[in-house]
Design a protein around this ligand. Structure first.
Ligand code: NAG
Ligand code: NAG
Length: 392
């Protein structure tokens, strides 16, 4: 499934989680650990075009061809830090293990990285060697010590080592993720899609600020491991499986509710124009072009004056989840009020702000290909809102 393309972005972007986490290899998980890997992995010059090339620099888990000195050490130090984070702390399968190996017992090989002069417009590329089942990377010299390239490409390597999914590439664009939040959560459409930008969702399920059972540090890894192998199900189906106390729909809805107050520095430049006022005061209708599509959302900042009670009633042509996201403007602390069947209210004090968040959450998850969106995931949620105590 192409929506796996957002995976490695999240892998690169959850470093902060590592800093605070208990290393999985120290946690009492009750599972039987595989044999401990050696401190230094075995070189494998047959992976990639390395054979006969004696210009390289080694670290414990990597071999960097075509670089030496501080350039090589800067790159390798960064990769080793990433290795420690993702493998030792977060518990991903080691990039030293073969894709083809049924066990995690080894042998363990270094990942080969090649410094190359040209990559046809890319700064880095991850390859897989089918015979050995190992990932290898090519990176332009100027990007060897740039984690957005080298660690990112290695991120593809570890999702490859997890075996059941594969992944491609990523970057960040806040105007897209917030301003076009109505789009299908992962949309691979050429030029208009968001699949490079959708990574905050994976950061959300990894950081797990709402404490959902089954999510957290290992969520993305577990989505791969619990994927129904060989099936065409989407990562949201797998998410629904690992989240044992709630649904993928509820998780997506709360993610969008939280996105109401992320990236505040840029919000003045983001497009929140989702509704048109109707004839009756306090009544609004979603703009046709902004109707939330499958697992997409509208974030609607509300205007109010002083302390008020905000009441919202959302009615729609099909299933949705609506939430009032409320933020204390002094402390930044947020709270979330579920609108049961689309209706609810909350007292919003003078030092708080509120947003209405409406998400297209069908009762059943949909099988879809993000690179060829079907009409069922593209169908918008047509809804009307009535507000008191605030305006949209
Ligand atoms: C918002 O935070 C400030 C500072 O801690 C606090 O005094 C105030 O009571 C908070 N407002 C609400 C509605 O909780
Ligand atoms: C929400 O709607 C469902 C289906 O119409 C209904 O069974 C349920 O009682 C409603 N819940 C509330 C709190 O109104």
């Amino acid at each position: 499934m192409a929506s796996k393309s957002i995976l490695s972005a999240a892998i690169v972007l959850v470093h902060a989680v590592c800093a605070a986490a208990v290393p999985l290899n120290q946690a009492a998980t009750g599972t039987v650990a595989a044999a401990a890997p050696p401190a230094t992995f075995t070189p494998n010059p047959n992976v990639g075009p390395g054979r006969g090339n004696n210009y390289y620099t080694d670290s414990a888990h990597f071999r960097l061809y075509g670089a030496s000195g501080t350039q090589a050490s800067a790159s390798l130090n960064m990769l080793e830090a990433a290795y420690d984070c993702y493998i030792n702390t977060m518990g991903w399968r080691s990039s030293g293990l073969s894709y083809n190996s049924a066990t995690d017992d080894g042998p363990f090989y270094k990942v080969n990285i090649y410094s190359v002069g040209s990559l046809g417009g890319s700064a880095g590329v991850m390859h897989s060697d089918a015979a050995s089942g190992l990932a290898w990377l090519e990176v332009l010299p100027d990007y060897l010590a740039n984690p957005w390239i080298t660690v990112h490409e290695w991120g593809h390597g570890i999702t490859y080592a997890e075996r059941y999914w594969s992944a491609t590439a990523t970057e960040i664009n806040l105007r897209k993720i917030i301003g076009d939040s109505y789009q299908v959560l992962v949309d691979g459409s050429v030029n208009t899609g968001n699949y490079y930008e959708a990574w905050p969702f994976l950061s959300y399920i990894t950081a797990n600020p709402d404490g959902y059972v089954g999510l957290g540090l290992t969520a993305v890894r577990d989505m791969i491991r619990k994927y129904n192998r060989g099936s065409n199900e989407t990562p949201l189906h797998s998410l629904d499986r690992i989240a044992t106390s709630t649904t993928a729909q509820a998780i997506v809805a709360r993610y969008w509710a939280r996105m109401a107050y992320v990236f505040l520095q840029q919000r003045d430049s983001l497009n929140y124009a989702n509704l048109d006022a109707q004839g009756n005061a306090g009544t609004y209708k979603v703009k046709r072009a902004r109707q939330p599509r499958y697992m997409g959302a509208n974030v609607i900042p509300l205007k109010k004056s002083g302390a008020v009670t905000v009441t919202a009633k959302v009615t729609a042509n099909k299933a949705f989840t609506a939430t009032l996201s409320v933020r204390n403007t002094s402390t930044g602390v947020t709270r979330y009020v579920d609108l049961v069947n689309g209706s609810g209210s909350t007292a919003v004090s003078a030092d708080e702000e509120a947003s209405l968040v409406v998400v297209n959450t069908p009762a059943s998850l949909i099988l879809f290909d993000p690179f060829s969106l079907s009409s069922d995931v593209q169908a918008g949620l047509d809804y009307t809102v009535t507000l008191t105590g605030a305006t949209a």
